[in-house]
Ligand binder design. Structure first.
Ligand code: C2E
Ligand code: MG
Ligand code: MG
Length: 730
């Protein structure tokens, strides 16, 4: 226990002061130093420089009357015990001074025995020490509670708030001041997240001692401003020494982030990461659900399988980030086409599936398919590109085409392939006969494997014509398959299958060898031309053994590499542009020429094209066709020619069918042309005749589609073996 070493008496009455001094001097056992000052001013000065253990304060000082003296003494020595001295008539004031912070009071002239006085003073010092300790403890608790991450609210036994920490203030939206004394149910309003009903009150849950209770994790705290946040809370009763409940402590925390994360995790298990659309799993679920409801509503269910046309091309040439954005843009358009009750899902890649539940007529599915075709085909503005894609759609209907999700999706997929074959940007309803086609495709693959050994492949050669001189500049070798039962098949029918199963590598090698052998053969016979063009597909060009194989073939056949031109599409070049550049460099060093086939249909970057060592651009026939279909509007084809010429490359127009097309091309200084107007692809022997005699007057032009012009009438006049171009005879 703290002993009293110094007593400070603040007393203006000399008699009273003397009396106390005598008491202290009389009893030496007190062992305390006795200091006396006569006014508050002196007391303050003394306290500023000296430590004392207790202050005895007269309430009637000349410079501090009544409670003012108490306040000033508290102010000058806040941690020191204070006992006030008062007259008999002033006990009420003395009681007030205790509220102001004094520990006790003594009535003058009835101090009793020195021991009694000493006891009073000691008690006052002890009480002050306890108060200080209690304050410190409370302060520590408060700071602790304010610095933890959890919110804490305390209530008394009747459920009124006695304490809120800072986090609780923040989360509840109540300030401590406003909340104190309020019923807990006002400040801590909790509802059930699912039912939005007010949740059971945490207070009174249980008042028996024991561990705290955790509430279910779906609770929402309604804040002062009416907004709500998800919380996790637990309640514990506070007991007094006798075990009586005197209140509760509620601890709670904001679990918005954790709950959002949990929701995110369950969302991403069922949704596509890129587009946010339901994934395959959720779609199957929804189809199952729609099928279950269909009989009750006497409705049908339609599944639309979509595959984008030419998406791979965009992805390869413009890069994945652009491809991704395009998929997102398409996802948005699709969602915009359907009702809220329908489901648009992404299957992966460029495939989407749309589920139409509660379909009343099959025609509704067709209407939607048409709407989707239109919506997807509109330009997508992505990263300064105006991208154009189309889609092919296959439709299957429950219950006609399948009774479960798996069959419906499979059949819609089959129908989609048919739609693609019919011509892109179309839709197709599933027919049972289509399954037969899938089997047929399988058989194509099998017979393709045997075709090489059986020598069923042939090459045909189509001439390219110099538009200034009319002379044949060379040939493009085009592959044909003489199928034992199905007759002559064009490459479009079997090259995609050959690419899919990898057979294109051996087929491509055969084409190269055959074309080089043929070219050498013509040269040996003295037939002159400048290039033999061979189409090379992406898979061949990317094959590690491609260059080695090519040079081996050139060596074996003895063809001068300068006579060989490889036709590559834009997307083949753009993909992995760096390695492409080095392959092109090697080819250039060896003298092999490079043409970009179907130019204008891809999304090449012009700056790349400039860097590539390319000799020729072949303008795709779709642009040439615009000349005869778009009337006077030849802007696109002339722009493409201009672009190609800008790159200082030789320009070849593909697929020239009419005189009108030829005229426009020639007027815009296109270097060469190729097409049915001059000659269809021919067997080698007939091509050799062309080389010998030149192009005859074109016979195979559908003359009804051309208005005969003066020039045309003159066509073929003169040297029959030479081609007349426009008014100039060559
Ligand atoms: P391509 O390289 O653009 O070849 C031009 C295609 O247009 C040829 O079709 C040709 O017959 C056709 N054509 C030529 N003039 C006209 C015309 O005036 N009007 C119309 N409507 N069409 C014309 P084909 O022979 O069916 O070949 C199609 C595509 O198959 C070729 O397009 C080429 O990409 C590919 N291909 C052909 N042979 C081979 C080959 O040996 N290897 C590879 N990898 N692909 C080949
Ligand atoms: Mg070609
Ligand atoms: Mg082409």
């Amino acid at each position: 226990m703290k002993s009293i070493k110094t007593v400070l008496l603040v007393e203006d009455n000399p008699g009273d002061a003397r009396l106390l001094r005598e008491i202290f001097n009389e009893d030496r056992s007190l062992g305390a130093e006795f200091v006396h000052v006569e006014c508050m001013g002196d007391a303050e000065k003394y306290l500023a420089r000296h430590a004392v253990d207790i202050i005895l304060l007269d309430l009637g000082l000349p410079d501090a009357q009544g409670l003012e003296g108490v306040r000033r003494a508290r102010g000058a020595a806040p941690g020191i015990a204070l006992v006030v001295l008062t007259g008999l008539d002033d006990e009420a004031l003395a009681a007030h001074s205790i509220q102001e912070g004094a520990q006790d009071y003594l009535v003058k002239e009835s101090y009793g025995s020195p021991r009694g006085l000493l006891r009073t003073l000691r008690h006052a010092v002890e009480r002050k020490a306890m108060e200080e300790a209690l304050f410190a403890e409370k302060e520590r608790a408060q700071v602790t509670l304010d610095s933890i991450g959890d919110a804490v609210i305390c209530t008394d036994v009747s459920g009124n708030i006695t304490f809120l920490n800072i986090v609780a203030e923040k989360l509840s939206g109540w300030t401590r001041q406003a909340a104190l004394g309020q019923p807990m149910t006002e400040v801590f309003r909790v509802t059930d997240a699912a039912s939005h009903e007010i949740a059971a009150k945490p207070t009174g849950v249980r008042t028996a001692p024991g561990p705290s209770e955790h509430s279910p994790s779906t609770r929402m705290l309604v804040r002062g401003d009416g907004s709500a946040i998800p919380i996790e809370d637990c309640v514990a009763p506070i007991h007094d020494r006798e075990g009586q409940a005197i209140g509760t402590v509620i601890v709670f925390r904001d679990v918005s982030i954790a709950r959002a994360m949990a929701q995110q995790i369950s969302h991403s298990a069922e949704h596509d990461f890129l587009t946010g659309l339901p994934n395959r799993m959720l779609l199957n679920d929804r189809i199952g659900h729609a099928i279950a409801l269909a009989p009750r509503h006497r409705s049908k269910v339609a599944v639309l399988f979509l595959d984008l046309d030419g998406f791979k091309y965009i992805n390869d040439s413009l890069g994945h980030p652009v491809g991704d954005k395009l998929l997102q843009s398409i996802a948005k358009r699709l969602v915009g086409c359907v009702r809220g009750s329908d489901t648009v899902s992404r299957q992966g890649g460029d495939e989407f599936v749309v589920l139409l539940s509660e379909l009343h007529s099959v025609e509704d599915a067709a209407i939607l398919a048409r709407r989707i075709l239109k919506a997807v085909a509109e330009a997508h503005a992505i990263d300064h590109h105006d991208l154009h894609v189309t889609t092919s759609i296959g439709v299957s209907v429950y219950p006609d085409d399948g009774l479960d999700a798996e069959t419906l999706i499979k059949n819609a997929d089959t129908a989609m392939y048919q739609a693609k074959e019919n011509g892109r940007q179309s839709y197709q309803f599933f027919k049972q006969a289509m399954n037969v086609r899938a089997v047929e495709r399988q058989s194509v693959e099998e017979s393709l494997r045997r075709a090489l050994q059986r020598g069923e492949f042939k090459l045909q050669y189509q001439p390219k014509i110099d538009l200034r001189t009319g002379a044949i500049t060379g040939a493009e070798a085009l592959l044909r398959w003489l199928h034992p039962t199905r007759g002559l098949l064009s490459p479009a029918r079997f090259i995609p299958v050959a690419e899919e199963c990898g057979l294109i590598l051996s087929i491509g090698a055969w084409v190269l060898r055959e074309a080089c052998t043929q070219a050498r053969n013509w040269l040996d016979k003295g037939l002159d031309f400048s290039t033999m063009a061979v189409n090379v597909s992406a898979m061949e060009f990317r094959d590690d053994k491609f260059l080695g194989g090519l040079f081996e073939i050139l060596g074996e056949t003895g063809l001068d590499p300068r006579y060989l031109e490889l036709e590559l599409t834009e997307s083949v070049l753009m993909k992995r542009a760096e390695s492409t550049a080095s392959i092109l460099q090697i080819l250039r060093e060896r003298g092999v020429k490079i043409a970009i086939d179907d130019f204008g249909t891809g999304y090449s970057s012009l700056s790349y094209l400039k860097k590539f060592l390319v000799d020729t651009l072949k303008i795709d026939q779709s642009f040439v066709r615009q000349i005869s279909t778009a009337g006077d509007d030849t802007t696109i084809v002339t722009a493409v020619i201009g672009m190609a010429r800008g790159l200082k490359l030789r320009v070849v127009a593909e697929g020239v069918e009419t005189f009108e097309e030829l005229e426009v091309l020639r007027a815009h200084q296109c270097d060469e042309a190729q097409g049915f107007y001059f000659s269809r692809p021919l067997p080698a022997s007939r091509f050799a005749e062309l080389l010998k005699n030149g192009i005859p007057k074109p016979k195979n032009v559908a003359s009804s589609s051309i208005v005969p012009s003066q020039e045309q009438l003159r066509f073929g006049v003169g040297n029959a073996s030479r081609l007349s171009l426009g008014s100039r005879q060559v």
